[in-house]
Design a protein around this ligand. Sequence first.
Ligand SMILES: NC(=O)c1ccc[n+]([C@@H]2O[C@H](COP(=O)([O-])OP(=O)(O)OC[C@H]3O[C@@H](n4cnc5c(N)ncnc54)[C@H](OP(=O)(O)O)[C@@H]3O)[C@@H](O)[C@H]2O)c1
Length: 330
Amino acid sequence: MATQMKAVVFKRYGKPEVLQLAETKKPIPKSNEVLVRIHATSVTAEDPKMRGFNHPPLLKLPIGLLFGFRKPKNPVLGIEFSGIIETVGSAVKNYSVGDQVFGYTGLSFGAYAEYKCMPKNGLIHVKPENQSFEESACMVNGSLSALVYLKKKGKIKKRDNVLIYGASGSVGTAAIQLAKYFETHVTGVCSTKNLALVKSIGADFVIDYSRQDFTQNDKKYDLIFDTVGKTSMRECMNLLKPKGRYLRTEFGFSHILASIFTSLFNSKKVIVASSNFYWKKEDLAFLKKIVETGRFKPVIDTIFPLENIVDAHQYVELGHKVGNVAISVR
Ligand SMILES: NC(=O)c1ccc[n+]([C@@H]2O[C@H](COP(=O)([O-])OP(=O)(O)OC[C@H]3O[C@@H](n4cnc5c(N)ncnc54)[C@H](OP(=O)(O)O)[C@@H]3O)[C@@H](O)[C@H]2O)c1
């Protein structure tokens, strides 16, 4: 049995080049863990921020305390993955060797590697049968964020009038498809080059943000979901129906204050959240179901091999990926 594995490690915060392919110790599962042989992972929009310690001011302190201020405490990044279970601990009854799974590592990271141990009750689930490993690996962060924001926080309901801003990103492409799944009327806002894609994944209307200001129209929305944090809260609040909700994935102090204030004193709500705290195993089961019934498909921009992780980070950091960037580990 090999005791070593390949992983992408970083020993200091910095540019993409701090990421290096190296031989590291292969993890050994505890009795309540499974060992996953990783087939694919992804580079999410958060990964370059973690690599460079480039966080919004509000997050620098908690993230520094958790993950290190001067250098990373955890040398292997990567939060979502798919793969095959190679070993199960003696106390694991819900998985078997050979199960094809996908999941989220949580704050332990570690998916830029050939192997990862996951607790049996962690965020891991048998992957959809009709999906590649790359697709499954890209179906956690963006998709679960969109699901939590739209359903658990935004209380989306049939026939709502929904606007998704940043419709071409990882969260955005998932949000468009989920909003359609929930039988709402969906407007997607994206740039010219992504109009066709956003329409093809279900948007009823598309607005090109490079040619038209979406705030300059008479339409009113039940839900405005800004997936990239580029809209004006004031302008969006004016576009909401009386009990409408304005949701943002990227937020600062003013948005937190507004969310507290509106939750108490306003019929229109501002909603912000660290959505990963709300992710549940049954959410992965829900995604698997809608993939298998042909109602959902994660959008993949590019697949990079693990060896080219530096290129993948450089690309994602530009902020213009379409859907998700997958990393093929096997
Ligand atoms: N709070 C949470 O729980 C949570 C969860 C997940 C993600 N996030 C955060 O949410 C943000 C988005 O995540 P993501 O994974 O969806 O990002 P992403 O995939 O990297 O977003 C890239 C997309 O954003 C579009 N975009 C860039 N600038 C835009 C603008 N001014 N107007 C409209 N679209 C624009 C780009 O399209 P163009 O090429 O046309 O510009 C591109 O397709 C990230 O900052 C991430 O850290 C937060």
